[in-house]
Write a protein that binds this ligand. Sequence first.
Ligand code: ADP
Ligand code: MN
Ligand code: MN
Ligand code: MN
Length: 366
Amino acid sequence: MVLEESPNAFLDKTILPRYLALPQPIDKVQATYIWIDGTGEGLRSKTRTLSFVPTSPSELPEWNYDGSSTGQSTGMNSDCYLTPRAIYNDPFLLGNNKLVICDAYDFQHKPLATNHRNSCNQAMTAAADQHPWFGIEQEYTLLDMEGRPFGWPKNGYPGPQGPYYCGVGANKAYAREIVEAHYRACLYAGINVAGTNSEVLPGQWEYQVGPCEGISIGDQLWASRYILHRIAEEFGVCVTYDPKPVAGDWNGSGAHCNFSTKAMREENGIIHIEQAIDKLSKQHLRHIKAYDPRGGKDNERRLTGAHETSSIHDFSAGVANRGCSIRIPRQVADDKRGYLEDRRPSANADPYSVAEAIIRTVCLNE
Ligand code: ADP
Ligand code: MN
Ligand code: MN
Ligand code: MN
C-alpha cells in the first residue's frame, strides 16, 4: 500500500492525545500564525505562546518570519512582517488555542507581491454598502506520496469517470475519513462550511465555504485549506489544488465563485444579475488573470471547453449551463433573484484576488 510510504502514516496516533490531555495553564494560549508563501498558493505556519485569550485579531501582536525561506525576500534583508487578520478556534490543539490568518508585508511595511488581501480589503470597504456575498466551491484532489491520486492503482488507471461523483462504496470513494474530519474541524473552527461532496475524478472531493460577506470569504477559505492540509498530513496523504492534476480525459479542479449583492437577492434581483454578467463579459481577461496564481497559465490546462468547463478564450453565460463562464442556477432563474456562479476560478486561485476582481468589475464599475 502506497500509504506506508508516508512517514507520518507510521506514527502511533494514540500517543499524542495523552499529551494534549495535559492541563494547559490558563494564562498560556497557543496561537498558530498562518500565511501565504511566495508561490501564492502554499501555506506556512508557526506557533507562539500568548498570555491572554484573544477575542479579536487586533489584540494579537504583529510577528515576523524569514521571507528568504518562503520565496518572499532575499537572505540579505529577510525579515517579513505578519499582521493578524482573522482568528479561528484551533481544531488540533482545542481549548483556547487559535489559528490566526495573517497577511504579509515587507520590511517597509508594504504588502508583499503575494499579499492580495490588502487590495481586496480596500475594494470590499468601498463596496460594503452593496453587501456582497461569496460562496466558493473548493475542489481538490488527494494524492499519495508518489503524487498519484489517492486510491488509484499503482500501475494503471481506475475505471472511467461516471460512478465517482457523489459516489459511495470502497471502489468509488477514497479517504472519506479526511473529508469528514475536515468538515467537522472547520465547523469547530468557526468556518462557514456549506456542504461537501465527492467529485467526478476518483480521489477528488469538494467542499463549499459561504455565503460569507466581504473579505471574510478569503480569510475563511484560506483557513479551511490550511486545516485540510493539516488533517491530510496526519493521514500521510497530500492535498493538491492543482487545476488539472491528471492530464487527459479526467476532470480538473475549480473554485467556482458564487456571488450576489443585496440588490440581486431582493425581488426581481435577476435584473442586477444580468447587469453584472454584462459587466463581466467586458472584463474577461482581467478575470482570467486574477483566477489562478500564474495569471491564467494554470487555468489554460483546465478551461478547455470540455469536462464541464468553458474555453479560457471566450466569455459565455447561461441558465443551468455548466459549459459557460457564468452559470445562472435554475432556481435563481425561476425565483428571479439570488446569485450567479463564476465557474472560471482555478482550485488554486487566491480567493482574495477572485473576490477583488468581481467587486471591482461588478460593484465598483472599474
Ligand atoms: P453547484 O450546484 O454549483 O455544485 P454548490 O451547492 O456546490 O453549487 O455551491 C453553491 C454555493 O453558493 C454555496 O457555497 C452557497 O453557500 C453559495 N451561495 C448560496 N446562495 C448564495 C448567495 N445568495 N450569494 C452568494 N453565494 C451563495
Ligand atoms: Mn458544487
Ligand atoms: Mn464541483
Ligand atoms: Mn459549481
